[in-house]
Design a protein around this ligand. Structure first.
Ligand code: TXA
Ligand code: MG
Length: 341
């Protein structure tokens, strides 16, 4: 099923599965989601189990019309509606005080709720068919790279959930930007397709959570940010610096790895790929097209698993707009193992 063509019958069946307590994986414009009915505490438990995710890590509630924010959140500030007008439907998740009747299981025991109105048409049709409120984390096993294609979801979730809707490749390929609206000033908890500047243009002053760079050892506000994340099976090392020195350093690492019988891979850009002397070079795309880099990141991390790579050396991708989000995912995937060339 492509995003354009909606299989009404499949959506109806999937909606029924969700209404009766089952789980369905579905495409969104960011990554695939692993959905359950947000008002069913048992569905939330099943999601944690299927993902192998700790149950203190709250789920995002997906809605298919902005007014439905009123049904899951309370004390909604004007700013939430302004953000909704500007960024919904789309890759922005807002944290707000939760309504009492929303199960604690869905919000990992927090008194706040994360809410998102995705733009993907299949996602919206499914949410409507399910009754309007779908709790969904990314549809990957806990700790693994998020899923951006149906094959990825089948790999991680086959046999664990009732249904997977194939909507092709997710357009963006990185999870939504998360903004916390429960503090005095709005705070970005997770960078995404929208960066802090995009949001500030509409929201005025916006703070970045001190944990985003992961260089400081503070307790994160988004519980999910404390876990190792997005990780391929191979050890991943980020090498930062000027392009020629990075390539030289990585080539040295690759030849050392070969001597010890380790299979090494390199993650690089279109502009630098010729600099590498390694049989396994994965190119994310051109620096001129940062959306391509974001789009390919999780797919490439999963490809290195299939290729049974032992160690990956990656360039840094500080691109102008989505770079913050790309680097956040890479730093976490690397367990913060970063080397200056
Ligand atoms: O793009 C996305 O956001 C995707 C698609 C499927 O919509 N979903 C996604 O969900 O990335 P997940 O569960 O993989 O990541 C959600 C993050 C977690 O780090 C979680 O801790 C945080 O959001 N979160 C959820 N509810 C929260 C809350 N009430 N307060 C703070 N952080 C929260
Ligand atoms: Mg996730």
């Amino acid at each position: 099923m492509s995003e354009e063509s909606i299989d009404e019958e499949a959506i109806r069946r999937a909606g029924l599965i969700l209404k009766t307590g089952g789980l369905v994986a579905f495409p969104t414009e960011t990554v695939y989601g692993l959905g359950g009915n947000a008002y069913d505490p048992d569905a939330a438990r099943k999601i944690y189990e299927a993902k192998g995710r700790p149950s203190d890590n709250p789920l995002i509630v997906h809605i298919a019309k902005a007014e439905d924010l009123n049904a899951v959140a309370r004390d909604i500030p004007d700013l939430a509606w302004t953000l909704a007008e500007n960024f919904w439907p789309g890759p922005l998740t807002m944290i707000l005080p939760k309504r009492e009747d929303l199960p604690n299981e869905t919000t990992g025991g927090l008194d706040t709720v994360a809410v998102r109105f995705p733009s993907n048409r299949i996602a919206c049709a499914l949410i409507e068919a399910a009754g309007g409120f779908v709790a969904a984390p990314s549809a990957n096993l806990s700790g693994r790279p998020s899923t951006t294609k149906a094959e990825h979801v089948i790999h991680d979730m086959d046999g664990r959930i009732e249904m997977i809707i194939d909507g092709g490749e997710c357009r963006i390929g990185l999870e939504s930007t998360i903004i916390d609206l429960t503090e005095e000033k709005p705070v970005i908890l997770r960078p995404g397709y929208y960066n802090i500047q995009n949001i500030s243009e509409v929201a005025g002053e916006v703070l970045a959570d001190k944990n985003i760079g992961m260089k400081k050892d503070l307790p994160p506000k988004a519980p999910g940010m404390k876990y190792r994340h997005y990780a391929p099976r191979a050890e991943l090392i980020l090498v930062e610096g000027e392009a020629a020195s990075v390539a030289k350093r990585i080539n040295e690492f690759v030849s050392e790895a070969a001597k010890t019988g380790k299979k090494a891979a390199v993650i690089c850009s279109e502009e630098t790929k010729e600099l590498y002397d390694c049989p396994n070079v994965y190119c994310l795309g051109s620096f001129e097209e940062e959306e391509q880099i974001a789009h390919h990141l999780f797919d490439v991390l999963r490809e290195t698993d299939d290729a049974l790579v032992d160690v990956i050396y990656s360039e840094a991708f500080d691109t102008p707009n989505i770079g913050r989000a790309i680097m956040n995912r890479l730093q976490k995937a690397a367990g913060n193992h970063i080397i200056q060339a």
